[in-house]
Write a protein that binds this ligand. Structure first.
Ligand SMILES: NC(=O)c1ccc[n+]([C@@H]2O[C@H](COP(=O)([O-])OP(=O)(O)OC[C@H]3O[C@@H](n4cnc5c(N)ncnc54)[C@H](O)[C@@H]3O)[C@@H](O)[C@H]2O)c1
Length: 329
């Protein structure tokens, strides 16, 4: 079975690629479960060498904003598409035209290419809880309207509408997931305004100092990369009939204050790790984070079988096992 991951060189794209290459099975257009025999990773960047060297992997480097390029990636042989490529929150806010080109035009190019395939492919689209904003209820529920207050959130909401409409038309079999903040992200900080939530765990566990721009009481709605990859596969496998007329939903996560994150850091790295975290206020980050929803009631996603992590200790442990020890090995 041939699977395409856009954004296949990114944080979650590579995690998903590794899982698929380990033999995870997906349901193909024939309704049967198949191993992935060919995996196309499409991105402006290149994936890690060990992924690229796998014989089943085809790396395509290009711009999703270019329709002809995308048409050459999502070809007749593609059975399923995970659409992850995006300019993330602060990046899309800083450059409106880039965000529209990648997040909106790019999504349309992917969906239009899927539309031409012989059978409607399963398409898993990564939206975000950034579709909520402004004057929100204390707890976000499944029927809370999308009121994005960033260009990124608006572009994700527009992507969801396209996924829903093209699914309704029978062009694709789409599923749109609104992701919580995924922590702990390995590597370097990125342009997301939430990047500190990973940095305050990742850097101290590697012996580095880090600045935390928000207060200890600040909460985040988070999910681990392990659970996220499981959620991608679960979303892909859900019967279309279970989704009804709305293909989009927010995923279960856990709401964790910074102080509790640091407790988990202490368990993994001792007081020495916690001492590496210095609170240095950043008014801009605090303003952005204060506008984010932090409390959710993900009733629909839970009823469909999606799961959050049990606690933040488990999230930190997963990072140590999957990323820190892997790098050492
Ligand atoms: N990680 C999170 O906390 C989080 C939260 C909510 C939503 N999401 C969404 O999940 C998806 C994956 O997130 P991630 O954390 O892996 O992000 P990431 O930035 O690590 O990966 C996105 C990838 O898209 C690629 N890309 C950017 N512009 C491109 C272009 N013009 N053409 C082709 N590829 C391009 C980037 O090179 C990058 O590798 C994104 O759509 C993101 O918006 C992530």
């Amino acid at each position: 079975m041939h699977v395409v991951i856009t954004g296949g060189a990114g944080f979650l794209g590579q995690k998903l690629a590794r899982k698929l290459l380990l033999g995870a099975k997906l349901t193909g257009p024939d309704g049967q479960k198949h191993e992935v025999t060919k995996l196309t990773l499409f991105d402006v960047a290149a994936p890690a060498a060990d992924i690229a060297q796998d014989k089943r992997v085809k790396v395509v480097t290009g711009d999703i904003g270019d329709k002809a390029t995308v048409d050459g990636v999502v070809t007749d042989a593609a059975a399923s598409v995970f659409h992850l490529a995006a300019v993330v929150s602060a990046g899309a806010e800083a450059d409106f035209d880039l965000g529209m080109r990648v997040n909106l035009d790019g999504t349309r190019h992917v969906l239009e290419a899927c539309r031409r395939l012989p059978a409607p492919p399963h398409v898993v689209f990564t939206s975000s809880v950034a579709v909520y904003g402004g004057d929100m209820p204390a707890v976000i529920k499944d029927d809370t309207p999308m009121t994005p207050q960033t260009s990124y959130g608006a572009q994700k909401a527009m992507g969801e509408f396209m996924v829903n409409d093209m699914s309704r038309k029978g062009f694709i079999d789409g599923r749109a997931l609104r992701l919580p903040t995924i922590v702990v992200r390995p590597g370097k900080p990125n342009k997301a305004a939430s990047t500190w939530a990973s940095s305050i765990i990742r850097e101290p566990l590697q012996g580095d100092s880090v600045e935390c721009p928000v207060e200890p009481t600040t909460e985040m709605y988070v999910l681990s990369p392990r659970r996220m990859v499981e959620s991608f596969l679960h979303a892909h496998e859900l019967p279309a009939a279970s989704l009804g007329f709305n293909r989009a939903m927010f995923l279960p996560g856990i709401t964790v204050p910074v102080s509790a994150m640091l407790e988990s850091l202490k368990k993994a790295g001792g007081q020495a790790a916690v001492d590496k975290v210095k609170f240095v206020p950043d008014a801009n980050i605090r303003r952005i984070v204060a506008g984010w929803p932090m409390r959710f009631d993900p009733a629909r996603a839970k009823s469909l079988g999606f799961k959050a992590d049990d606690n933040f200790d488990q999230i930190v442990q997963g990072f140590v096992e999957d990323d820190l020890r892997r790098n050492v090995a």
